[in-house]
Design a protein around this ligand. Sequence first.
Ligand code: NCD
Length: 365
Amino acid sequence: MRNLIDILDLTCEELDELIALAEDIIKDPKKYAHAADGKILSALFFEPSTRTRLSFESAMHSLGGNVLSVTGAGSSSTAKGESIADTAKTVSLYSDIIAMRHPLEGSAFVAGNNATVPVINAGDGGHCHPTQTLADLLTISREKGRFDNLTVGFCGDLKYGRTVHSLISALSRYSGVKFVLISPAELAIPKYVRYEILEKSSASFFETTSLEEVIPTLDVLYMTRIQRERFFDEAEYERLKDSYVLTVEKLENAKKDLSILHPLPRVNEISVKIDSDPRACYFKQVENGKYMRMALILKLLQDAENDKTKKDEFAGKKLVVNKFRCDNPRCISSTEQELEHVFKPVDEEKQIYRCFYCEAKAKNN
Ligand code: NCD
């Protein structure tokens, strides 16, 4: 039985299979209208969501399945202090598959390791958002017909934008991809993405603060919202919130076949005048997200049918347990009762360890 916690849980071949399945669903949705008859998806959303939750729900309904939903941090027993592990064990008894969004980094991993049904990470704090990446990949595949040899610009909040982290991880496995990372210095990509993903891949990457300078070189431009809810300091948010606004004028120098993506919600990063430009793909992403979630639900339900073995996400991994403590206040290990502090070596020579749940670097090494 499998979860989807991190986009790298799926191989490139599996991504191709999911894309092919989503394309088939788009072509002939009736064929899949009873594919999940009698199955129940629990959608646990402890953070705001419009698209992700509704697309999971719509996906499950379109497969003939049923949905149970929890929305808002205050409406379930987590507000009474219940652990994620206990919540996951409980919800597994009511459902065949779980999609969960939670503000703490690593929360989906803990849910997945404790649930007895497949768990899909629908966003864990500022960490990962693999199903948005599925939507992004289907969009890029449909627009560009390939993932290799693309120049992809990521613009805005690259520090807290979990969709950015997951899409960079996914694309870093294809050859000839050039990443152009456009952000204020304060919102640059997290160190683990830089050192553990980009530097370890064959991809090239370039950082800049100027969207105008690089826009002519891009095949794909991935705009993002400045993630207000993740800032520790509201004044800092106010200072950075209008860092980038894509306007019709700025697009004049862009390629004619540029694809403009945005995971949405948009605040003001893209002028609404651009919505009618054929290069705007963000509402196509919304639609593609539903089909990829349908494909993913089918795949994970099938896997669970064929393989009933209990999940142990730590199995076979090199780990260091309780030698360090994670000091990230937004890591699940800061609140979850009796959760062991698990680190993984990422550079054995230099003795660098990162938290297994949130990727924060162990401080005293
Ligand atoms: C994103 C998210 O929740 O991370 N939204 C989404 O799921 N489509 C992006 C965002 O909130 O800015």
